[in-house]
Write a protein that binds this ligand. Structure first.
Ligand code: PLP
Length: 389
């Protein structure tokens, strides 16, 4: 008997992100679990070697989050009380929390509303004699202009901690992010382009820094011989497990294919939005970059002045239609922790507008062009239905 249209199976819920983990990786994790060595060991060493190869031979150390890698980079750079670190207000709050963690002061500079990354002219204007470092963020995987960034850092003798949490697989005009620059911090959180479930790594400049990173990673301990142990500084508990490292070892060979698929889906978004007349509805699309970005996320900015509903209602209606969306991120300086330090509404208008209206749409390698069409159709219908007249 034919199934009546109303009884057709609804499309499955489409999340905004979903990791792709193949069966070989799952078996590899089971082998590690059976091996008897499950915390930091040979898999972590193997992952660090592969990551170093990926980063042009630079030293790389793996950690249990991207957050701690930035804190450790600040410590290695000697940043602490009395120092200022300039970063973007439009990022995951980890980026500025680590500055507070080391006792320094985060200073924000507004974003460029087109790239949604730090506006480097504003960064230069925010530099004071107390500025010691910059933390640029490659939001959605779109790299900050590395040529201008390092020219600025060099001119003012500043260290750079690249918050490349979202840009593993991105490049800057042919150079992989991670293969050059000062400190580079990657996150391997579950939603990132490759994952260890939770985890990250830090790309360093030399073996001295790498040794320090190892000390900060595990209680400051330095081992020697069979039984030697010394502690010279206060470290934490930031080591990655072998179980987690094995996941990334299974993900790395797919990185290029993942990035290619993300780029293809992003192109489909642009095509579908163009045929749906989205720009006429006032929707702001991301920068069309198919050379540098790894398309970690596809974010649009809703035109709040042209809508009768706010972002939360748009998200609720998308959710009701079986489509997940996300917010990456609200402007950090408006959180009460940061307001208590003197930041206020109006300080960074571009970041505040983006923070209120950014919407992350589904994008992950296992998605199809049909999924993209479904998202675009739903979102543009919602915008049309709630346009101010
Ligand atoms: C821009 C940015 N910075 C820092 C982090 C922190 O990484 P983790 O969650 O691995 O600590 C993230 C992760 O979401 C991020 O997106």
């Amino acid at each position: 008997m034919p199934v009546p249209a109303s009884a057709a199976t609804p499309a499955p819920f489409l999340p905004f992100a979903r990791p792709t983990i193949d069966e070989e990786t799952i078996s590899g994790v089971a082998e590690v679990l059976r091996s008897g060595w499950i915390t930091s060991g040979p898999q972590v060493k193997a992952l660090e070697a592969k990551l170093s190869e990926y980063c042009g031979g630079r030293p790389v150390r793996a950690f249990n989050s991207g957050t701690c890698t930035m804190e450790i980079a600040l410590r290695i750079a000697g940043v602490g009380p009395g120092d200022e670190v300039i970063t973007t207000p439009l990022t995951w709050v980890a980026t500025s929390n680590v500055v507070l963690d080391v006792g320094a002061r985060p200073v924000f500079a507004d974003i460029d509303p087109v790239t949604r990354n730090l506006d480097l002219d504003r960064v230069e204007a925010a530099i004071t004699p107390a500025t010691r470092a910059l933390i640029p963020v490659d939001l959605t995987g779109l790299p900050v202009d590395r040529d201008r960034l390092y020219a600025l850092a060099g001119k003012h003798h500043l260290r750079v901690i690249e918050d490349a949490a979202q840009s593993f697989g991105s490049q800057w005009h042919g150079r992989r992010i991670g293969a050059c620059g000062d400190f580079v911090s990657f996150s391997f959180h579950a939603n990132k382009n490759i994952t260890t479930v939770e985890g990250g790594c830090l790309v360093l400049n030399d073996e001295r820094e790498a040794k320090l990173a190892e000390q900060y990673r595990l209680q400051g301990v330095v081992r020697s011989g069979f039984d030697g142990m010394e502690v010279e500084l206060v470290g934490g508990k930031f080591n990655l497990t072998d179980v987690a490292a094995r996941i990334a070892l299974g993900q790395l060979p797919h990185l290029e294919a993942f990035t290619a698929q993300r780029r293809a889906l992003a192109r489909t978004y642009f095509e579908q939005f163009a045929s749906a007349g989205a720009e006429g509805l006032g929707l702001l699309l991301p920068v069309r970059d198919f050379e540098n970005s790894n398309w970690h996320m596809f974010q649009v900015v809703l035109p709040e002045e042209r809508l009768t509903i706010r972002r939360a209602e748009v998200m609720a209606q998308m959710h009701a239609a079986g489509i997940g969306t996300g917010v990456h991120y609200p402007a950090i300086h408006l959180f009460s922790l940061y307001r208590r330090q003197g930041w206020k509404t109006g300080d960074f208008p571009h970041a505040e507008y983006a923070g209120r209206n950014l919407l992350t749409l589904p994008l992950f390698p296992a998605m199809t062009a049909t999924d993209v069409a479904r998202v675009v159709d739903r979102l543009t219908s919602i915008l049309q239905a709630h346009a101010k007249t």
